[in-house]
Design a protein around this ligand. Structure first.
Ligand code: AP5
Ligand code: MG
Length: 190
């Protein structure tokens, strides 16, 4: 089973590359951001609570996203593997994911981290914000808050996988196809 964590700051290209990777490797894409946005558009209680935090660029509580991932793993029992996009975002989430996978006799194959500098992230997200309708893309202040949140709470997750010899960092700047090729050359070694 191939279980890839695609990692990187907001706007690094996790969603863009996941779309291509699921097709090539026949994986199930689990993006906690996408799941939360679908809860918001369905007007669920969870969505309403999460929206307040997401619109400010702040992480939602660990137990909320861990519960969502647990449900998705259970409802995709026949999957050949998963791409985790935007999850785990804290060390607590990473530990919980290891435990969930262990109960299914599985494990993370590796983490690929997309490296992109903050100026480029802000440029990409502001550009998308012109028509994405995502409130968290709407202004530089919230984008910066997302990056601060990433640096303080999420960046340590890379170290968690590094200690397990599962981390590969790649350049996340270039054409989408160039970056895809770099990711594939890592995934092909799993
Ligand atoms: P989430 O939806 O995960 O957003 P994010 O990680 O902040 O960032 P994005 O999804 O916007 O970026 P991406 O890396 O996917 O890049 P993309 O491919 O879209 O999270 C949103 C919120 O939900 C969080 O702030 C938090 O509140 C909550 N949340 C989610 N998961 C959580 C968790 N696990 N725990 C707690 N809270 C959680 O690309 C970005 C743009 O760049 C696009 O317009 C794209 O077209 C463009 N682009 C892509 N590649 C390139 C390239 N190579 N060159 C130029 N442009 C490019
Ligand atoms: Mg995304």
């Amino acid at each position: 089973m191939l279980n890839l964590v695609l990692f990187g700051p907001p706007g690094a290209g996790k969603g863009t590359q996941s779309e291509k990777l699921i097709e090539k490797y026949q994986l199930v894409h689990l993006s906690t951001g996408d799941i939360l946005r679908s809860e918001i558009s369905n007007g669920t209680e969870l969505g309403l609570e999460a929206k307040k935090l997401m619109d400010q660029g702040v992480l939602v509580p660990d137990e909320v996203v861990i519960g969502m991932i647990s449900n998705k793993l259970d409802s995709n029992k026949d999957a050949g593997g998963f791409i985790f996009d935007g999850f785990p975002r804290t060390v607590t989430q990473a530990e919980a994911l290891d435990k969930l996978l262990a109960t299914k006799s599985s494990a993370i194959s590796g983490m690929v981290a997309l490296v992109v500098e903050p100026e480029e992230l802000e440029k990409r997200l502001l550009l998308r914000g012109k028509d994405s309708g995502r409130p968290d893309d709407a202004n530089p202040e919230i984008i910066r808050k997302r990056i601060v949140e990433y640096n303080s709470k999420t960046a340590p997750v890379a170290n968690y996988y590094k200690e397990q010899n599962k981390l590969t960092s790649i350049n996340g700047v270039g054409t989408i196809d160039q970056i895809f090729d770099s990711i594939c050359s890592v995934v092909n070694t799993y």
